[in-house]
Design a protein around this ligand. Structure first.
Ligand code: ASP
Length: 340
């Protein structure tokens, strides 16, 4: 089977010119405003309030676990790890951790990374039989001189840490793979609900920012393919002086445009979290055909402001902030970040 790139990278005729392609980011946003393509901006919280945002519906339980970690004295990093572990352990989610859809040869291979406000970062990619790759990425960050470990080396490190070897291919995902093999058609489609990476961003009660990203990647990918999710600057970027961002969707498009770094860099230059996500989306639309690919960005500012934007409709994220009457408890909501 060969990958037919043209089959999923076709000219975006419907969208070309629609959202300010070719303009600077400020002008592009002004045009998007006029054409009504902007998503709802989410106002910042009261400064000092912890905030957690995570992609997709599975962001809701993740954020709740994050706030539990905070209530137990945890930091923003602990919020991220606690949230990721909930989703990684859920066998019904076929895009993250246990139960993730395999590559075209039937192997579940995982990518994950974590980063904090001091720009410490850790990452693992192409890892098999590790139930919690984001926890492994945190170990790489905190206990090795490296940023990224890959494949067998990352698994070896997991065994040294006494993380058990966990088979990740569930019966449901094996059946889905067998069904896919009938046609073996490699054509990633626009991501739909419950079929995506979790990217998480958290601001704790001391104003520390952290982020994480964990995924089984694009279903039925080539064996050895690594997406954007473990790449610092692509699937995730955090800078304690500017903000944090994470990406979901077709990783190749995010990697080519170094998307999460771009979002954070725009925030450093004065863009709001929402504006920065919109501009990063526009950059992809300017650079390549997007008819058949989806990318969504999520950003969190140092003041707790949140932005989210995607190429196509259907992207949402979960936002949790403290209950006004009980700062240890969080109130969550799902926010539609579709532009349409
Ligand atoms: N970004 C992930 C990847 O390309 C996939 C996803 O978000 O669904 O591996």
């Amino acid at each position: 089977m060969s990958i037919d790139r043209r089959s999923f990278l076709r000219r975006a005729t419907a969208l070309a010119g629609g959202v300010g392609i070719g303009l600077g980011w400020q002008q592009a946003l002004a045009k998007a405003n006029r054409t009504g393509l902007r998503a709802q901006s989410v106002p910042s919280s009261t400064v000092g309030d912890p905030t957690m945002v995570s992609t997709w519906n599975h962001g809701m339980p993740a954020n709740m676990a994050g706030f539990d970690a905070l209530a137990n004295g945890g930091s923003a990093l602990d919020m991220i790890e606690a949230g990721a572990r909930i989703v990684e352990a859920d066998p019904t989610g076929q895009s993250v951790g246990l139960g993730g859809l395999p590559d075209r040869d039937g192997h579940v291979t995982l990518d994950a990374c974590i980063m904090d406000h001091t720009q410490n970062a850790g990452s693992v990619c192409f890892v098999q039989n590790v139930a919690h790759p984001l926890s492994l990425a945190r170990q790489v960050m905190e206990n090795t001189p490296h940023v990224m470990l890959a494949g067998a080396g990352a698994e070896q490190y997991a065994r040294e840490l006494k993380m058990p070897a966990t088979p990740l291919l569930t019966e449901a995902s094996r059946k889905a793979w067998e069904q896919w093999q009938i046609e073996s058609n490699y054509a990633p489609v626009i991501n739909i609900e419950n079929h995506d990476t979790i990217g998480l961003l958290a601001l704790d009660d001391q104003g520390r920012l952290a982020g994480g990203c964990t995924t089984s990647g694009v279903a039925y990918k080539m064996h050895g393919r690594v997406g954007d999710s473990p790449i610092i600057g692509a699937g995730l970027y955090v800078d304690g002086t500017a903000g944090g961002a994470t990406a979901t969707g077709l990783g190749e498009a995010v990697m080519k445009t170094v998307g999460s770094f771009l979002v954070v860099e725009l925030m450093r230059q004065g863009a709001l979290a929402q504006e920065a996500c919109e501009e990063a989306v526009h950059r992809i639309m300017k650079a390549m055909p997007v008819d058949d690919l989806q990318v969504g960005y999520l950003a969190l500012g140092l003041d707790g402001s949140v932005g989210g934007h995607a190429i196509h409709s259907g992207f949402n994220y979960a936002l949790h902030r403290p209950d006004a009457s009980n700062a240890q408890k969080a109130i969550g909501q799902l926010i539609d970040a579709s532009h349409g």
